[in-house]
Design a binder for this molecule. Structure first.
Ligand code: AQP
Length: 324
């Protein structure tokens, strides 16, 4: 069975974009791959996190994975900072990464657009991501559109290291689905739905009550026309609602677009909200039943399993570079 790695940052409220773009798929694909899912808390630190809330966010993110259906009997779930080898490999890979190639990363450029000097952590973020993947010899990495460039860098670093020190790392393949890879913000459909958005009307939290979900979708930004059509460039708000509705129902966007042709925006919003409420109902029921104690015990077991693989790999790497 091929090994799969993916991560989620505990950087705020986990939202519908994270669910439709990542977590929901992880639940299905864990059957097919030897899967490792990490709560990547070190990545989250590239943006300031309130120390009083951070640990709770970490536990809550893991709880969300469990409530969504990630099965700790089938997959490894662990917290990144509990496995120090991520940082050890990060240093080794940093030593073969050029600053210029990191400066080219779109996500880095987006986050530093205002011309302010960025932190070294933000610049080096893709190297830590490469370490996460290569440490476990992951061959499959499910990614959103925004992470593709980072995965390409991961492959490049694997090739570079192998070229310098002999075959050590596997080059991972991306697993991407075009639809749903980018769910847009409800209050601004030209930018992706985001945990760190300033308004809660940007996202639907997975734990939002049905009334809240309905209210947020009702207020979602659309356009001044009356035409329901899937056209992300010209009609980003309507296209986003069609995507959310289609994915929530497990249907094709084209089919949903045809079905709603000639309908009014109000109808689309009501049906979209109902579908999201329905989609999240089982998750919310599960979420309420999982205790923090249960989460801690799953994470402990996960760290033990991940730690074994990581230790073996870092020993191999240290030998290859001559540290051992
Ligand atoms: N809007 C989105 N649509 C589809 N997929 C998304 N993902 C994130 N936002 C969307 C996917 O969720 C997984 C985990 O993401 P992450 O924790 O690495 O966070 P992120 O990509 O940085 O996005 P966020 O949620 O907006 O967080 P902040 O605001 O903290 O940057 C990934 O597979 C990601 O593609």
């Amino acid at each position: 069975m091929k090994r799969l790695f993916s991560g989620i940052q505990p950087s705020g409220t986990i939202h519908l974009g994270n669910y439709l773009g990542a977590i929901k798929r992880w639940v299905t694909i864990q059957e097919k791959y030897d899967s490792i899912f990490s709560v990547v808390d070190l990545h989250a630190l590239t943006v300031y996190q309130d120390p009083k809330k951070f640990r709770n966010q970490i536990i809550d993110t893991a709880k969300i994975l469990l409530a969504s259906g990630i099965d700790p009997e089938k997959s490894i779930i662990f917290v990144q900072s509990e496995i120090a080898e991520h940082l050890e490999l990060y240093w080794i890979l940093n030593s073969i990464t050029k600053v210029a190639e990191l400066e080219l990363m779109t996500q880095y450029k987006d986050k530093t657009q205002n011309g302010k000097s960025s932190t070294a952590g933000l610049l080096n973020y893709p190297v830590l991501m490469a370490s996460d993947i290569l440490l476990y010899d992951a061959q499959i990495v499910p990614v959103g559109e925004d992470q593709r460039q980072h995965l390409e860098l991961t492959r490049e670093l694997a090739r570079r290291f192998n070229g310098l020190y002999g075959k050590t790392f596997k080059e991972p393949e991306e697993l991407i689905e075009k639809v749903g890879s980018k769910i847009m913000g409800l209050d601004n459909p030209t930018k992706k739905m985001s945990k760190s958005a300033s308004s809660e009307y940007n996202y639907i939290a997975l734990t939002d009550e049905p009334e809240k979900i309905k209210d947020k979708i009702k207020k979602a930004v659309t356009d001044s026309e009356t035409l329901i059509k899937y056209d992300p460039l010209k009609k980003p708000g309507i296209s986003n609602l069609l995507t959310i509705l289609a994915l929530s129902l497990g249907k094709d966007v084209k089919e949903i677009e045809n079905k709603y042709f000639g309908e009014n925006y109000g109808r689309l919003k009501i049906d979209c909200a109902d579908a999201v409420v329905q989609l999240l109902s089982k998750f919310q029921e599960n979420y309420k039943k999982i205790s923090d104690k249960k989460v801690e015990s799953v994470l402990k077991k996960g760290a033990a399993s991940a730690g074994k693989i990581a230790l073996q790999k870092i020993e191999e790497v240290y030998q290859k570079v001559g540290l051992r």
